[in-house]
Design a protein around this ligand. Sequence first.
Ligand code: ATP
Ligand code: MG
Length: 547
Amino acid sequence: MQIECIRVLLVEDDPGQVAVINTLLKRAHGVEFQLLIADRLSAGLECLTTGGMDIVLLDLSLPDSSGVNTFVKVRQAAPRMPIIVLTGTDDELLATELMRRGAQDYLFKGTIDGRLLVRAIRYSIFRMDSEEALEEQRRRHRLLMEGIPDVRIYFKDQKGRFLEVNQALARSHGLGDPQQAVGLTDYDLFASEYADQTARDEQEIMRTGQPILGKVERENGRDGTTSWALTTKMPLQDGNGRAVGVIGISRDITNLKSTEERLTTALEELTHSHEQLKETQLLLIQAEKLRSLGQMAASVAHEVRNPLAILHMGIECLDEFFFAGNETMTGVVKEMKGAVHRAEAIIRDMLDYSSARELELREVSVNGLVGQTLGFVRHELVKTKVRVTTQFAEGHCTCLLDAPKIEQVFINVFTNACHAMPGGGDLTVTTSERVIEIDDPEAEREDARGARFLRGDKVVTVEIRDSGSGIPEDKLDKLFDPFFTTKTSGNGTGLGLAVVKKIIDLHDGKISIANAEGGGARVTISLKSAPELQCNQTPCEVEKVLV
Ligand SMILES: Nc1ncnc2c1ncn2[C@@H]1O[C@H](COP(=O)(O)OP(=O)(O)OP(=O)(O)O)[C@@H](O)[C@H]1O
Ligand SMILES: [Mg+2]
């Protein structure tokens, strides 16, 4: 067994007393003392600067110092050294004063015995060590509480009252001293709605023993201000492991949160712009395709038109001069005429499509134009047993239009409706006029070309509804493509709606086709009313040929 060795500095000028103490320490069991003697305070202080001592036994009355002052000087020279004061007087007041100033013990020389002395030395060393350990712990606690300036730390009791808070928390609530927060609750610092929530969280933590980690909280101040915090809370346990409160750590993340919000908005805007860019890119590609297609159609049409005219004349000639009276050949010639006629119609459509770039505008009543066009297709309507109903808005619904071209639009749309109702049906044409308000579905909404109606614009809308087959959903976005048709060869070229769209676009109008509720299709055409155009344009502009 290793014997404990304690190094003792005895500061004592009385040789008799030195001898007594030396004898007492030598007799001790289980511990060995190394005694160093200094007969003056100056000699004692010098020993202490050399170091290596575990404890000081100090007589207060020395040749070069006396009283409490002797103790004060030794304590200053060795702040962490345990000191036992030895005096010749049994003075309680002096004893209390010395203990207050940091003496570990006080012994009256007259009553010292061996066991008492050894026990006092050991306890003093132990107490000094414990105090040091405690002080070290306090130092670390202070460091933890105050070391990170933007982290708020607090301890609360079972009722949510602050037991201890750090500077950062006190500062965030405008309190000069953390002590001012002691005894307050969240109800004193925050709006009750937020305090209710924290109280519920804390009760739950104490009930379950489970912490809440990294909760993002919106803190509502009593003055109506709002901030964001990232909070972690855990149970505060007593020595028996019972939850007697909570410990909380939180950090203000208001700046982080607003940066995050700004980033999210920026990302949304970026995504939106990206979508728009993609759409525009598609439109540009589409426009380029259509332009080339138009050019090609125009040149093909020109090339084919002359041979067709010659064919036409030839057939007329054959019919008149060679086959007159020949029944069989008259039938063949009739079919040939029909075929040439269809070819000519296709050429006409293609030329329309490729050359529909010029408008001759004049004020036209849309109601009148619709009525007139219905007359043009009367034959087709009667043939297909289609009943027509018109609901015209009051007044003329006047627009600045190229009337023949808009007639062409209506003829195409009415004909399509008839074709969609081969066994008969209902065609309803409705016109209306309105001023675009801010809540109008058309207000400010751009169509694919970027055309839009502005708030305050006066607009005439023609709705053509049929009770036909309707349009398969997957075909809806192809209807305006040139040459898109579902009709059999000879019954349609698929240029009708492409021409329609082009003419409406040239008028800065809008057209859409959708399936109507209850079946059939619904074509909606909107055109700006004349007064708006007139007030924005000079008379010569009205007459201007748009290219
Ligand atoms: N009212 C409608 N009901 C159902 N389908 C329709 C209607 N209008 C158009 N469609 C569909 O749209 C397609 C394209 O129409 P579009 O007028 O462009 O060409 P088309 O009628 O086929 O030929 P044409 O060049 O002779 O007009 C049609 O083939 C048809 O499938
Ligand atoms: Mg058509």
